[in-house]
Design a protein around this ligand. Structure first.
Ligand SMILES: Nc1ncnc2c1ncn2[C@@H]1O[C@H](COP(=O)(O)OP(=O)(O)OP(=O)(O)O)[C@@H](O)[C@H]1O
Length: 589
C-alpha cells in the first residue's frame, strides 16, 4: 500500500540530492534505526529493574544482575540498585541527546532541500520564454515558487522522515516481539495491519482531492489579492473593492474548509486504531472465555497484546498520518516535476559569443506566428537599420508593432527569416551580448518600490555615479531630480505612484542609458498621454537623437517621431509603407 506514494515521494527528493547527500540520507536512516533500537531498549530495560527492585533478594535471582553485582563487588542491594538507577538515568540522558542530535540533522537536511527546491523552481520559471510566461501568469508562478516548495517541505519531506523513523521503531518492536512471543506478533499483525490499510485507503482519495483543490485555489487567491491591491485606486473609485474582497474570501473560505477537513483526517487514524486495539483485547478475552481450554496463557497474551498495541498505536498512527499527508500533497510533487524539460525552454547555450554592432541591423524575410497558433502576426518583414539611425513604427492597434519589437528583443523567435547584426545571424549564442546592448522602454515601465537611483540602476550595489548623472541628464530628468530634497535617493512609491507618466517613462529611458544601451527601443504609451507628459518624453527623445544611439520608436502620436530618419508603417503584420516625418505631418494635416 505504501509503495505508491512513498516511492513517488522518495523519487521526487532524489532529484534534488547529489551523491554525497544521498549517502547522508542512508547514514541518517541507519542512525534512525539505532535511535529506535535505543528507545525500545530503554523502555524494555525498565521492566526487569522494576521487578528485581520490588522483590527482596530479587537481584540475585536474575542471573545477569547477579553477575554484575558479583563482578563489581557491591556490598549491599541498596547501593547496587542506586548504581542501576543512576546508570539508567545516564543511559536515557545519552539516548535523548542522541535523538535530539538526529532531529537537528534531519531539520538541517530538510531546510537544505527546501532551499534547493525553491532555487530550482525559480531557475525553471526564469527559463520560461516570454510568451509562455505571459500565458502562464504570475499568480501561478508566485504560488509555485513559494507556496508549493513550503508545502512540499512540510507535507512531503517531513512526513517522509516521520514515516521512516516510525517504521524503524515498529520494525524494532516487531523483531523484539517475534523473539519473545511469535504468537503475539501473529495476533498483532492480524488485528492492526488490515485496520491501518483500510483507514489509509478510505482517507487517501479524499486527501488527494483536498490537496489538488487547494493547489487550484491558492493561485486564484494570489491573483485576486494582487488585483485588489495593485488596482487599489481604480477599484476604490469604481466602488468595486468589496467585489474583489468577496472573491478573495470565497476562495479562502473553501481553502479553510478543506484545511479543516484535512486536519480532521489527521486525527482519525489514532481513534480508529485505538478502537480496533480494544476490539482485539475483547476478542481474545471472549476467545479465552468460551473456546480456549487453558485460559491462563490467553490472559497473559491479552496483557501482552494490550501493552504492545499501546506502544505501537502512536507509531502506526504517525505512519498513517504521514502517508495521508504525502498523498494530499502529491500535487506539489507533480508541480515540481512540471516544466523541467520543456521543448520550449529557452535554450541559452552556456558558451556565449561576443557580438559587434557597428554598422547595421537587418530583418530578412521575417514571418512569425504565436506558438500553437496558425495566423501569421508578422509576414515577410524586410528592413535595414543603420547604426545611429532613428526609426519610427506606426500602424493601427494590433498591426504587429510590439510583436516586431519582441522579436528584435529575442523574447519571441521567428519561424521564418533571420535577423542579422553586422551581417552575423543573431542566434541564441549571442543572446547575452545582444541583451547587453539593447534597451527597452515599455508602455508601462517596470518600476520597483524603491528610490529613483535604484530604479535607474536596477538595484546596482555599486553605482557608477558619473554614469547615473549622465543618464539622468540625457533622459531630461535633471531638473526634476534637482528639485527633490533627497535627489535620486527619493522613493517613488508603489509602481512609481509618486511620479507623473512622463517621469516614469523617462526613468525607463535613464535605465536604458545607464546600461550603455546602443539600441534603444521605445514603446510609447497608448493610453492618452497628456500634452505635458508627451512634451516631457519628446524632450528626452530629442535629446537622445543627438547621440549615436540607434533608436526604434513605436509611436501613437506622430509628433513623437519628429527626429526620425524613417518611419515604417505596419498593417496586419506587413510593412506596407515607408515615410518621412514631413510627408506624414502633411498627410495628417
Ligand atoms: N501573446 C500573444 N498570443 C497570441 N496573440 C497575441 C499575443 N500578443 C499579441 N497577440 C496578437 O498579435 C497581434 C499583434 O499584436 P501587437 O501587440 O504586436 O500589436 P501592436 O501593433 O503593438 O498593437 P498596439 O498598438 O495596440 O500596442 C494582435 O492581433 C494581438 O492580438
Amino acid at each position: 500500500m505504501s509503495k505508491g506514494i512513498i516511492g513517488y515521494s522518495i523519487n521526487s527528493i532524489g532529484y534534488y540530492l547529489d551523491s554525497a547527500q544521498k549517502r547522508k540520507v542512508v547514514i541518517m536512516f541507519l542512525l534512525l534505526l539505532l535511535s529506535s533500537f535505543l528507545d525500545v531498549l530503554g523502555l524494555a530495560s525498565l521492566v526487569p529493574i522494576m521487578v528485581v527492585a520490588g522483590e527482596p533478594g530479587g537481584i540475585h535471582k536474575n542471573k545477569y544482575f547477579d553477575w554484575i553485582y558479583q563482578e563489581l563487588s557491591f556490598q549491599s542491594d541498596k547501593s547496587f540498585l542506586l548504581f542501576v538507577i543512576v546508570g539508567v538515568f545516564f543511559f536515557f540522558l545519552a539516548k535523548n541527546a542522541f535523538s535530539i542530535w538526529i532531529n537537528s540533522v534531519q531539520a538541517k537536511f530538510t531546510a537544505e532541500i527546501g532551499m534547493k527546491v525553491i532555487s530550482s523552481q525559480l531557475d525553471k520559471y526564469l527559463r520560461f520564454p516570454y510568451w509562455h510566461f505571459n500565458d502562464y501568469g504570475s499568480a501561478k508562478l508566485i504560488n509555485s515558487s513559494l507556496q508549493v516548495p513550503s508545502t512540499y517541505v512540510n507535507m512531503t519531506i517531513r512526513p517522509l522522515l516521520v514515516f521512516f523513523s516510525e517504521v524503524s521503531m515498529v520494525a524494532v518492536i516487531v523483531v523484539g516481539i517475534m523473539l519473545y512471543e511469535p504468537l503475539l506478533l501473529v495476533v498483532l499483525v492480524f488485528v492492526l495491519a488490515p485496520t491501518a490499510f483500510f483507514t489509509y485507503k478510505v482517507l487517501r482519495n479524499r486527501s488527494q482531492y483536498i490537496g489538488k483543490r487547494i493547489d487550484e485555489l491558492n493561485p486564484i487567491s494570489i491573483a485576486t489579492i494582487t488585483d485588489l491591491f495593485t488596482g487599489f485606486a481604480e477599484l476604490k473609485l469604481a466602488d468595486k473593492q468589496h467585489r474583489f474582497r468577496n472573491l478573495l474570501l470565497e476562495s479562502q473560505r473553501e481553502i479553510r474548509r478543506l484545511d479543516a477537513e484535512s486536519y480532521m483526517y489527521s486525527l482519525v487514524p489514532l481513534r480508529v486504531i485505538e478502537m480496533v486495539a480494544v476490539l482485539g483485547v475483547v476478542t481474545i478475552f471472549l476467545y479465552s472465555l468460551f473456546l480456549a481450554e487453558s485460559s491462563t496463557s490467553i490472559v497473559a497474551l491479552v496483557g501482552l497484546f494490550a501493552a504492545a498495541a499501546y506502544r505501537l498505536m502512536p507509531s502506526v498512527n504517525r505512519i498513517l498520518t504521514s502517508m495521508v499527508q504525502m498523498k494530499q500533497t502529491r500535487y506539489a510533487i507533480a508541480n515540481l516535476e512540471s516544466f523541467r524539460e520543456q521543448e520550449f525552454d529557452e535554450q541559452v547555450p552556456i558558451q556565449q559569443l561576443p557580438l559587434i554592432f557597428k554598422e547595421s541591423l537587418i530583418m530578412e524575410n521575417i514571418s512569425f506566428a504565436f506558438p500553437r497558433e496558425d495566423r501569421l502576426v508578422l509576414q515577410d518583414i524586410n528592413l535595414t537599420i543603420r547604426k545611429g539611425e532613428k526609426i519610427g513604427f506606426i500602424g493601427s492597434s494590433g498591426s504587429g508593432k510590439t510583436t516586431l519589437m519582441n522579436l528584435l528583443l529575442r523574447f519571441y523567435t521567428e519561424q521564418q527569416g533571420r535577423i542579422l547584426v553586422d551581417g552575423q545571424p543573431l542566434t541564441a549564442q549571442h543572446l547575452k551580448a545582444w541583451h547587453s546592448i539593447i534597451g527597452y522602454v515599455k508602455q508601462d515601465t517596470f518600476l520597483m518600490q524603491s528610490s529613483i537611483k535604484d530604479n535607474i540602476t536596477l538595484g546596482d550595489p555599486e553605482v557608477d555615479e558619473e554614469r547615473l548623472s549622465y543618464s539622468i541628464e540625457q533622459a531630461s530628468l535633471q531638473e526634476f531630480v534637482n528639485s527633490l530634497p533627497l535627489g535620486s535617493d527619493t522613493l517613488i512609491g508603489e509602481r512609481g505612484s509618486k511620479l507623473s507618466g512622463g517621469q516614469r517613462q523617462r526613468i525607463g529611458i535613464a535605465r536604458a542609458l545607464y546600461k550603455r544601451t546602443k539600441i534603444l527601443m521605445l514603446d510609447e504609451a497608448t493610453s492618452a498621454l497628456d500634452n505635458e507628459t508627451e512634451r516631457e518624453v519628446n524632450e528626452a527623445i530629442n535629446k537622445l537623437a543627438q547621440t549615436d544611439i540607434t533608436i526604434l520608436i513605436i509611436a501613437h502620436r506622430i509628433t513623437t517621431l519628429r527626429e526620425c530618419d524613417r518611419i515604417y508603417e505596419l498593417s496586419q503584420g506587413r510593412l506596407i509603407a515607408q515615410h518621412q516625418y514631413q510627408d506624414l505631418v502633411q498627410t495628417v494635416i
